[in-house]
Design a protein around this ligand. Structure first.
Ligand SMILES: NC(=O)c1ccc[n+]([C@@H]2O[C@H](COP(=O)([O-])OP(=O)(O)OC[C@H]3O[C@@H](n4cnc5c(N)ncnc54)[C@H](OP(=O)(O)O)[C@@H]3O)[C@@H](O)[C@H]2O)c1
Length: 236
């Protein structure tokens, strides 16, 4: 395809972000990956080959984001799945957990796009990452609110940043490293529960989420939308 297209993926060194990077590189595009761990970054770049470059970055650190984007070329797209957070209940959880979640997931993506903005081409496409708990929460109300806020942010940004398009990918449970790195005793019951909650009866794959993100990056008539790649979870 066009070898002048470059996409930045903050959180591109594993899981959904890496799967998207693989799709983009395979079709001839260039990717710039960001993540905190230099080891994971190095492994991802080696796996993707010469059309991939990257740097370490922490999405919760605005100066780190400024450094990351300082030297990037003009961007055709930005995807921001980077997030590390804890969730908890409203009544029993501590307030810092909920605040930290917003800093990690909502403000991190807000700051990343802000730092990237002057590098985005007029025809660029931005895909934010939320999660299907936005419309069907199971506990953790701050997590539901954070994801809803991101979906609202995509709508607001689509208006303000036009002709740059801004959309949101809202996954259900996905068999990415996020879950694979958790103990079997946590992951397996969560997957079993998920199988009953959704319609397709299994977690998504990272590849399925990457396919949805790619659609949002590429489709030139979609902006301000949230795409639920959730196996039918949100309307069940
Ligand atoms: N998997 C699911 O079931 C699911 C469901 C709904 C929503 N989501 C959303 O999907 C996103 C996670 O994607 P994933 O499932 O593909 O997870 P993943 O495999 O754990 O990938 C997360 C990526 O983000 C990077 N990252 C994490 N924290 C970062 C930070 N503070 N700064 C920069 N990079 C950071 C990680 O690398 P480093 O650790 O090296 O930084 C990694 O590259 C989250 O927003 C999550 O809420 C996931």
């Amino acid at each position: 395809m066009n070898d002048n297209r470059t996409y930045a993926i903050i959180g591109g060194t594993s899981g959904i972000g890496f799967a998207l990077a693989r799709n983009l590189v395979d079709r001839g595009d260039r990717v710039i990956l960001g993540g905190r761990s230099p080891e994971r970054l190095g492994q991802a770049l080696t796996a993707l080959g010469p059309n991939a470059s990257g740097a370490t970055v922490d999405i919760t650190d605005r100066s780190s984001l400024q450094r990351f984007f300082a030297e990037v070329p003009a961007l055709t797209g930005l995807f921001t799945p980077a997030a590390s957070y804890a969730t908890g209940s409203f009544a029993d959880g501590d307030l810092e957990t909920s605040e930290g979640l917003f800093k990690a997931k909502f403000w991190g993506q807000y700051w990343a796009l802000h730092a990237a903005l002057r590098h985005l081409l007029p025809e660029a496409s931005v895909v934010l990452m939320s999660g299907a708990a936005s419309v069907r929460p199971i506990g953790a109300p701050a997590y539901a609110a954070c994801n809803s806020a991101l979906e609202g942010l995509a709508r607001g940004l689509a208006v303000e940043l036009n002709p740059i398009r801004v959309n949101c990918l809202s996954p259900g449970t996905t068999d990415s490293e996020l879950w694979r790195n958790r103990p079997d005793s946590v992951r397996e019951p969560a997957y079993d529960y998920w199988k009953k909650l959704c319609i397709v009866g299994r977690p998504a794959t990272s590849e399925e989420q990457a396919h949805a993100a790619l659609f949002l990056l590429d489709n030139t008539n979609v902006t301000g939308s949230t795409l639920f790649c959730d196996g039918g979870y949100t309307f069940r």
